[in-house]
Every structure is written in C-alpha cells, then in structure tokens.
Design a protein around this ligand. Structure first.
Ligand SMILES: [Zn+2]
Length: 222
C-alpha cells in the first residue's frame, strides 16, 4: 500500500466522514415486550413492519440519523439492513465498487489458523464499500488503522441475521443465526443482516485495485 492511502502520523484525530450505517446518540432502541408462543417470539402490539419478508422479527429502533452525535461503535439496524440487503456502500449508501473480481469489502477480522482459503464463506455484518469511501475509510477509520483485509467477492449472499436468541426466560445469547436454523430463528430478535462471502479474492494492494476499478467504464452488478 502506498503512503497516499495511509494516515499521515498525527494529523487525523477524528473521522470526518460519518458512515450511513452507524447510529447516533439521539437514536434509541424502543422498549418492547416479548411473548413466547408455540410459533416462537412475538412483540406485544406487533406491527407488520416488525418482521421481514422471511418472517424474522427485527429490533425496534429510532430512525433519526443526525440526531445527537455519531456513535462510531454503534450500528443502526434498519440502515445496516438496507445496505446489506441491496449491497450498498456502508458509508454513502451508493453503489459499491464492483470489478471482474467482485464487490469490495473491507474486513477487520484476522485470518484464522488452519482456514487455508480464508475468508472464503466467512459471514460478515459489514456491507461493501464504494471506491471513494474505501479510500477515505482507510485513511480515517480508527478501527481500520489497526489492520484490515480488503477483499473482492463475486457472490456475496445474504445467509442469516445477527441478533439475540432468547431462551425460556429473559436470558439471551447474541449470535449469528442462519436462515436454515428455523428452530432458532423463531426465538431470535434480529439486529443485523449477515452476508456470506463466496468466491473471494484477497487484495494485496488496495490503491492499485481502486485505481484499476476506476478505469472500468461501466461496473456491472449481478
Ligand atoms: Zn460510498
């Protein structure tokens, strides 16, 4: 990676871009009362918009982007879900960068020992990025400055949700639930969509990759 894509030491103390998917301090979760039924969980006073097209129950949150301060450690579920379901850039909510090697993702995860083709078939809650936002994020995102893997993915596939899986009482486990885990899914309140990364190419030089991507006249999407 060239110096152009690296943060100049000591010059950047806080991000000046606010990713679309993050939450604001003025946005709060709505208190909800859960009821266990034979078919699984439901909200008291449940509305049609509380479930997605698969019937999965989703957390209720304020939708007031810009209200308060950006919470760079928090994710707004509805905005994450919109970006991931349509594969939009997580920062600007525009079209992501796509080349013949696929769609651009930046991963904070570290390769796992023994997983030779990592990150092939890894699940992620982080939507893709466009070239401009990726270049900015690498310069300004504190989390990315601690290390990241850039990868292009030909067939990212929505495979489940991350959320709270409730037991018989009020206790819950935070975990990823795949869509084929129907007996778990019906006890889940979803918070983020999870995509599986299929047909991955790890990028060794992101600046070169982004430069090549910008030369493509008309990026195509499946
Ligand atoms: Zn973008």
């Amino acid at each position: 990676m060239t110096p152009e894509l690296q943060a100049a030491p000591g010059t950047i103390t806080k991000p000046d871009i606010v990713p679309y998917v993050i939450s604001y301090t003025g946005e709060h979760d709505h208190p909800t009362k859960l009821v266990a039924t034979k078919r699984g969980l439901r909200f008291v006073g449940e509305a049609p918009g509380d479930r997605d097209s698969r019937g999965v129950l989703w957390i209720r949150q304020d939708q007031k982007p810009g209200d308060g301060r950006p919470d760079f450690g928090g994710i707004n579920s509805a905005r994450q879900r919109r970006c991931m379901s349509q594969f939009l850039c997580q920062v600007c909510a525009g079209p992501p960068s796509v080349t013949t090697d696929g769609m651009l993702f930046l991963l904070l995860d570290k390769p796992e020992p023994g997983w030779n083709d990592w990150p092939e078939r890894m699940g992620t809650t982080h939507p893709p990025l466009c070239a401009r936002c990726a270049a900015q994020a690498v310069r300004m995102c504190g989390a990315l400055r601690h290390g990241f893997t850039a990868v292009r993915v030909r067939r990212p596939s929505i495979a489940g949700v991350d959320g709270k899986v409730y037991g018989p009482g009020a206790e819950f486990v935070q975990r990823v639930v795949q869509y084929d885990e129907l007996d778990v899914l019906r006890w889940t309140v979803a918070e983020q969509l999870v995509a599986i990364l299929i047909e991955c190419t790890v990028i060794t030089d992101l600046e070169d990759d982004l430069h090549s991507a910008s030369l493509l006249a008309a990026p195509t999407r499946d």
